[in-house]
Design a protein around this ligand. Structure first.
Ligand code: ASP
Length: 268
């Protein structure tokens, strides 16, 4: 009897191995739909469904607190491989910016891997009169009391880029926090805000279609994409040390089994 129940227990455990039949996978995104983190997650959902062997992958946008609410949700989820967070550099800056985000970045997660790294671009509303970075700096200097710089909340990539930029310019601008850069860029195109520093994966299409004006990239070297190749780097412009690229990674809750981690890694 004891042996039988042990055997049944082992079978039940095997049956629970990822993926659990008919249980969807949820990719949690800490920012609004349509932004770079969200688009990356949706591309992954599309690409990973078959290799993971699941019927559906749902992308859930859990907004607020610069990503802390989404991150906390994943920290508290079952570590069965069915709930995964896609987050970026904000995961690393969180402990410095938020004393009590409701989780421990270094101990509450299973790190599944790095996904990609993208530099950022300094962009402005299409009606802003400055045509190059020098003119932009002069314009900011003249108007600094009324210049608005958007971001995706405390600790977001756009927030960090904005902080570095303001420090480099030795200027403080008013910042407008959104719950994701898809909202910020919509307001930038509409002229409700003046400036944004955001990932090229988000800005490139808007730069190409001239819906926003672009002034500089934060990479070490110029970028090769036609829409971006004419943009100077911040280093070239003499803004020393201003070099940022933003990574995205995938995280499960702590305690994901080795086999579940391996399945995610092999699928990606
Ligand atoms: N990646 C953006 C940021 O951190 C947020 C987003 O994906 O909407 O600024």
């Amino acid at each position: 009897m004891g042996a039988l129940s042990l055997c049944l227990g082992a079978q039940a455990a095997l049956a629970q191995t990822f993926p659990i039949k008919d249980k969807p996978v949820t990719i949690v995104v800490p920012f609004t739909a349509g932004g770079p983190t969200d688009r990356l997650a949706r591309d992954m959902a599309e690409a990973l469904r078959k290799p993971l062997g699941v019927n559906s992958i749902v992308v859930e946008n859990v907004l607020g607190a610069g990503g802390a609410i989404a991150t906390q949700k994943v920290a508290r989820a079952a570590p069965d491989g069915h709930t995964v967070l896609i987050h970026h550099i904000g995961m690393a800056t969180m402990p410095a910016l938020n004393r009590n985000p409701g989780f421990q970045v270094d101990t509450d997660f299973t790190f599944l891997g790095m996904i990609h790294e993208v530099p950022m671009t300094i962009v402005a509303r299409p009606t802003l009169e400055a045509n190059d970075y020098k003119q932009l700096s002069a314009w900011i200097g003249k108007n600094k009391d009324r210049v608005n710089l958007g971001n995706a909340g405390v600790g977001s990539a756009s927030h960090l880029c904005g902080l570095l930029w303001q420090a480099a310019m030795k200027t403080e601008l008013s910042t407008i926090p959104y719950k994701g850069v898809s909202m910020a860029i919509a307001d930038l195109m509409g002229g409700q805000i003046d400036l944004l520093c955001d990932q090229t994966s988000n800005t490139m299409a808007y730069i190409e279609s001239r819906k926003v004006k672009a002034y500089a990239v934060t990479s070490a070297k110029r970028l090769s994409q036609p829409a971006l190749s004419t943009l100077p780097t911040m280093q070239e412009l003499g803004v020393k040390g201003f070099q940022i690229s933003i990574w995205h990674g995938a995280y499960g809750p702590k305690g994901m089994s080795d086999i579940t981690q391996m399945k995610w890694n092999n699928a990606g």
